[in-house]
Structures are given as structure tokens and as C-alpha cells.
Design a protein around this ligand. Structure first.
Ligand code: C2O
Ligand code: CU
Ligand code: CU
Length: 472
């Protein structure tokens, strides 16, 4: 974990240093109240209202006050009756939906459905800004397979701060295939949504104040939170438990696992099921990546284990196996059939090269410009997109509107891990790394309204590491 470059040593911090326990603490949280002990909050499932065959989901975005600490209310941004993050939308493939975002904040926002396969006018990028007191209602037919997606602001130069204040929520898509599989499906009981983030707090308030160094490396935090609670406890039954995990952080890469080192099965990547469960003991997730995992706790009644990020040696939550199973699920060996990867079908290669200096970032030498279309991508053609990170720092790469397959890391197909072989919309591109993606635009041509591709480290995205493409 990097520390703040221009750290001002308060007397408290210096004291910690001389007493030898300052190594991982930051001056930012030395003044915070005691953490409030909570059960893992489960975001509510938002009920739609039905009008003319369309499901309407109403999302009111507003200022709120949230309890992270004892005896202290923290100012946040939130949605509906939650005080941090927003409710979960549960959609079915084929549903006709209208998502009604009302902006009750004093600043302009946008709301993007990350991972949703929708027309560019419904995508919620900077081109669909929502001014204060205004509403925006994208309407579309859910046109994709089962997966775990999310919504978050995508406001020009303000995404990072607005997400850090608490604006994000999950969108779960189900389809006939996901409903037919014998998976844990009881939301909040054995199918647990998990939004993982880290924050800095000062005097119990969210502290978004990146230094130049933190803009370059991405703003992180020393306090790790799950669904808006600091190190909460989750009580579960002794059975298979499914977690739908979102790395909802601004710029942190997590290496997730359980404190007893046990193996678990990854069943889905960003945009849907893997062909077969992949057994792992560590799950790397960069910002905005999702994974669904199944962990078998059937032999662990009355045991406790911690769910941790081993990259930063932090605990996200404690799992308490406190109840006997009231239902049994059996994980299948085959989850879905993915299209074969046919690299020879690619008709062209586009290349995207990252660079950055002094707090600004570029892709192919250019910082984001809303008036410039960087790529015109023909409908229905398979392409290879090669993403090169020549910098000595980590990034990732996200493409709107579609999903892709990762075909090479650092020039070799054998560097692609088993659990990265599903459909994805975000790929980690570590320092000095290169990835090759196989991609095809299959819907929604529009010659003027663009989609975006960008690094999803939000400080980088906000400072130019983003480009625009249209599907033609
Ligand atoms: Cu998660 Cu361009 O977005
Ligand atoms: Cu997106
Ligand atoms: Cu980046």
C-alpha cells in the first residue's frame, strides 16, 4: 500500500512512529471515532412498478448521513432510503425496463449501467448528464445473459469523487439458464451481494483529497468496507454460499481469499458464467471487475472465518457459520457453453497505448475529449484490441456496450488464467503488461453518440485516460 507523499506529520503520527506502530496507519484516520460493529448490510432489492408492460425502477439520488462509526454520522451520497450505496436491481433477460434516475444533489451527475448491453443514448455516460433537480430515464429491453453488473456515476472529471461519496449499486441479470442451475439463489441468505471498497476518513467524514502522487497511483483508503460497513459480520447457514463480488473501489486491486486458505469456486466473470467452476484460493479483482464465487461451508457449522484482501492485509468481513442448512445446493460441473474463441476470424487489430505524466493520462497519446470520436467500429466484425501498458504502474481497461474475451497476456495465450476465460468488460493490465482482447460489436449502431473505453482506476479516468468509439 502506498502512503501519502506530502504527509504532514502531526504530533499523533510522530508519536506512533517513535512507538513503532505507525507502519500501516495513516495520519488521516488517527482522529476517527470507534468503528460501529454491524452485520453485513444487504442492499434492498428494488421493486419496480409496472406501466404498459414496462418495469419502472425509481432511483432518487440524494445527500444522506450514514453510520460507519459510533456516535457519528458521516455525510454521504446515497440512493432512495439507503444512506450509502443504492438498492439492487434484479432484471430478467427480455424484460422491458425504465430506470428513472432523479438527481436531488447540488451537482450534475450521470448514471451508467456498467456491463449493460444498451444503445449509446441509454448508456449514462458524460453525454447523458443529469443536472440538479433533473431526471433521466433510460429505457431498454434487457438483452444479455445472466451476470452481475452495477450502476455508478460517469460524470466528466467527477466520477471518482461521486463514487467515493457512496454512489453505486448492483444490477443482477438472470436468465433461463441461471434459473435452471442448482446454485444458491436466496438473495441475502445464500446468494450474497458484496460491494468491496476502501476509504479514507477524517473526523469520521469521507476524505476525498488525493495528492498528486495519489492521482498518479490512484486514490485508495486505509479503511476497508463491505456494503458500506467497516469489517461487518455475516451469519450464514452451513452450506454452499454464493458471493456476487464487485470491486467497487476507486483504484485498489484486491487479492481476495479466506483466512483458513481454503479453496473456493469461481463460477462467473464480469458478464456471465464460466463454462465450468474454477477452483482458486485467491481471487484478484481490479476496480469494476466482478466475480461470482461459491464457497462450501457445509462442514463448518459454528466456525468463523475472515474474508480478506491479502494484497493489503486487510479484513473485509467475518463470516460466522451459525445456522444449519435449510436447503442444499449442488454445484454443477458445467455451467454454460461459451462461444469458441476464433482468433482467425478477426479482421483487424486496434492498439491502445497508455501513458501519463504529472497528473494527466492519455490513451494513444490523447486525453479524453468529449467532442472527439477516437474509433469507428463496424458492426458485426470480429476485432483484436491490443492494450499496452508501458508505464511502471497498474491500470485496467474497460469497454462499454459489449463484452470481450481475453486471448493473450504478454504475448502468450498460456498466460490467460482459467478464471479469466469467460466474458469480461474489464481487464487488469499490470505495470508493463500487454493484453489482447477478442471483441465484436453486435448491436446498436449510432454514428454520433459514442460509447467509452477507459482505465477504470477512477482517478485515471477522470484525468483523461478515456476515449470514445461509435458503432457504425
Ligand atoms: Cu464502470 Cu465507463 O464505466
Ligand atoms: Cu461501463
Ligand atoms: Cu489507470
Amino acid at each position: 500500500m502506498h502512503r501519502r507523499e506530502f504527509l504532514v506529520f502531526s504530533s499523533v503520527t510522530s508519536l506512533l512512529f517513535v512507538t513503532g506502530c505507525g507502519g500501516n496507519s495513516s495520519s488521516r484516520n488517527s482522529t476517527n471515532p470507534a468503528v460501529k460493529t454491524l452485520a453485513l448490510p444487504i442492499p434492498k432489492l428494488l421493486k419496480p412498478t409496472m406501466k404498459n408492460g414496462i418495469q419502472h425502477y425509481d432511483l432518487d439520488i440524494k445527500e444522506a448521513k450514514h453510520t460507519f462509526f459510533e456516535g457519528k454520522l458521516t455525510d454521504t451520497f446515497a440512493i432512495n432510503d439507503s444512506s450509502y450505496l443504492g438498492p439492487t436491481l434484479l432484471l430478467q433477460q427480455g424484460d422491458r425496463v425504465s430506470i428513472n434516475y432523479k438527481n436531488n444533489l447540488k451537482e450534475t451527475i450521470t448514471m451508467h449501467g456498467h456491463g449493460m448491453h444498451v444503445p449509446p443514448t441509454m448508456d449514462g455516460t458524460a453525454h447523458q448528464a443529469i443536472a440538479p433537480n433533473q431526471a433521466w430515464s433510460p429505457q431498454y429491453t434487457v438483452n444479455q445473459k445472466a451476470c452481475t453488473n452495477w450502476y455508478h456515476p460517469h460524470t466528466m472529471e467527477k466520477t471518482a469523487e461521486q463514487v467515493y461519496q457512496g454512489l453505486a449499486g448492483l444490477i443482477i441479470v438472470e436468465d433461463d439458464e441461471s434459473k435452471a442451475l442448482d446454485l444458491p439463489k436466496r438473495y441475502g441468505v445464500d446468494d450474497i451481494p458484496l460491494v468491496l471498497q476502501d476509504r479514507y476518513f477524517a473526523n469520521g467524514q469521507i476524505d476525498y483529497s488525493p495528492s498528486m502522487r495519489e492521482i498518479m497511483h490512484g486514490y485508495t483508503g486505509d479503511t476497508f468496507i463491505a456494503n458500506g460497513a467497516i469489517e461487518p459480520t455475516l451469519d450464514v447457514e452451513a452450506k454452499q454460499i454464493r458471493f456476487r463480488i464487485l470491486n467497487g473501489s476507486n483504484s485498489s486491486v484486491y487479492e481476495l481469499g479466506f483466512s483458513d486458505g481454503r479453496k473456493f469456486k469461481q463460477i462467473a466473470t464480469d458478464n456471465g458464467f464460466l463454462e465450468a467452476p474454477v477452483s482458486i484460493s485467491r481471487l484478484r479483482l481490479s476496480p469494476a471487475e466482478r466475480a461470482e464465487i461459491v464457497i462450501d461451508l457445509s462442514g463448518d457449522l459454528n466456525q468463523r472465518l475472515e474474508f480478506k484482501d491479502y494484497r493489503h492485509s486487510k479484513t473485509f468481513m467475518t463470516i460466522n457459520v451459525s445456522k444449519s442448512a435449510t436447503q442444499v445446493t449442488t454445484l454443477a460441473n458445467k455451467l454454460t457453453t461459451l462461444d469458441p474463441i476464433n482468433v482467425a476470424s478477426a479482421v483487424r487489430t486496434r492498439s491502445f497505448v497508455f501513458s501519463g505524466r504529472r497528473g494527466s493520462f492519455q490513451i494513444n497519446g490523447k486525453s479524453m475529449d468529449m467532442k472527439r470520436i477516437d474509433e469507428r467500429v463496424p458492426l458485426g466484425q470480429t476485432e483484436i484490441w491490443e492494450v499496452k501498458n508501458n508505464m511502471g504502474m497498474d491500470h485496467n481497461f474497460h469497454i462499454h456496450a459489449t463484452h470481450f474475451r481475453l486471448i493473450e497476456r504478454d504475448g502468450s495465450t498460456s498466460n490467460v488464467a482459467e478464471n479469466e476465460k469467460g466474458y469480461k468488460d474489464v481487464v487488469f493490465v499490470p505495470a508493463n503488461g500487454t493484453v489482447k482482447l477478442l471483441i465484436k460489436m453486435i448491436d446498436y449502431t449510432n454514428a454520433t453518440v459514442p460509447y467509452m473505453y477507459h482505465c477504470h482506476f477512477l482517478e485515471h479516468e477522470d484525468r483523461g485516460m478515456m476515449g470514445q468509439f461509435v458503432v457504425v
